[in-house]
Design a protein around this ligand. Structure first.
Ligand SMILES: NC(=O)c1ccc[n+]([C@@H]2O[C@H](COP(=O)([O-])OP(=O)(O)OC[C@H]3O[C@@H](n4cnc5c(N)ncnc54)[C@H](O)[C@@H]3O)[C@@H](O)[C@H]2O)c1
Length: 278
């Protein structure tokens, strides 16, 4: 019989990349509220330290390691720091990521490499460093990759980001199979429309961009509101907890229903339509 205590992460140790702000911060604080100690890495030292203090204020231990996840050696060293401090690792959240919007043919090699390093290679590096540590604990583990709704649909003007996010979903499935026998579960969360500092202003080209909460922007969100970092944190706590014990290899959209909506939008009469005529 299930029990509410199974949602708790008491004394688990979690490692969150990009944990200083946005969704990563929401998840780091959510984990702490449910009893976990948290190691967070972020390239923004001020934001990282502030999050660590907030976690300590919640009565849990926090370790912040200033790290650019594109620096493989630093990222590996941060996982080693986590091992030295806590001696174990139960949860890894590969969250740090980002996009500069531009047409694919305008993207130079440097920008292409940055997209790959930030969104994909950092996940490979952190996962490879975390696996031996999780295995050694012999109590399984939970890896959560923060992909995107763009990994599940097209991404015009963000094609490489979109391809990276789709690759994260496939990697999630492959790892679920490779690590299943060790009791390490691997899942992904695909956010959309989540109001975060990074999503408040568009970086690069996005014709017709509207701010979060704009009525026209909400016309394709079935739940009719923007998401919050706590919406993502709730999904992450569930996937990290024992209530998610039989779930691996899945991608959970946290999107207010936008993936389900596909091309459907609400018109000014509040009817769902595929065609915008106004
Ligand atoms: N906000 C959304 O609606 C949304 C939608 C789809 C996917 N996502 C994904 O969620 C993740 C988090 O996005 P967000 O909206 O919270 O972003 P954000 O910009 O608000 O926060 C990102 C955090 O990661 C840190 N960071 C960025 N680059 C880093 C690097 N190279 N090394 C270390 N830290 C780094 C930043 O300093 C910041 O603290 C990303 O992977 C993003 O692609 C977000």
């Amino acid at each position: 019989m299930i029990d509410p205590s199974q949602l708790m992460l008491t004394d688990k140790v979690a490692f969150v990349t990009g944990g200083g702000g946005g969704i990563g911060k929401g998840i780091a604080l959510g984990f702490a509220r449910f009893g976990a100690d948290v190691v967070l890495v972020d390239k923004d030292a001020t934001a990282g330290r502030e999050t660590a203090e907030e976690i300590q204020d919640l009565g849990r231990q926090a370790l912040f390691v200033e790290t650019d996840v594109m620096d493989k050696a630093r990222l590996r060293a941060a996982v080693a720091d986590a091992e030295r401090r806590f001696g174990r690792l139960d949860v890894l959240v590969n969250n740090a990521g980002g996009v500069r919007r531009m047409r694919f043919e305008e993207m130079d090699d440097r920008s292409l490499q940055r997209h790959l390093d930030l969104n994909l290679v950092s996940m490979f590096t952190a996962t490879a460093a975390a696996i031996p540590l999780m295995r050694r604990g012999k109590s399984g583990g939970s890896i959560i990759n923060i992909t995107s709704a763009e990994g599940l649909r097209a991404g015009p003007n963000l094609a490489v980001y979109s391809a990276c996010k789709a690759a994260m979903i496939n990697f999630t499935q492959s790892m679920a199979l490779e690590l299943g026998p060790d009791g390490i579960r691997v899942n992904a969360i695909a956010p959309d429309q989540c109001a975060t500092p990074g999503s408040l202003t568009p970086i690069g080209r996005l014709p017709g961009w509207l701010p979060h909460g704009h009525p026209a922007r909400l016309r394709y969100v079935p739940l009719g509101r923007s998401g919050t970092v706590d919406d993502c944190a709730g999904a992450a706590v569930f996937l990290a907890s024992d209530l998610g014990a039989y779930i691996t290899g899945v991608t959970l959209p946290v999107d207010g229903g936008t993936i389900a909506a596909g091309g459907w939008k609400r018109n000014s009469s509040d009817d769902w339509t595929l065609y915008l005529t106004e």
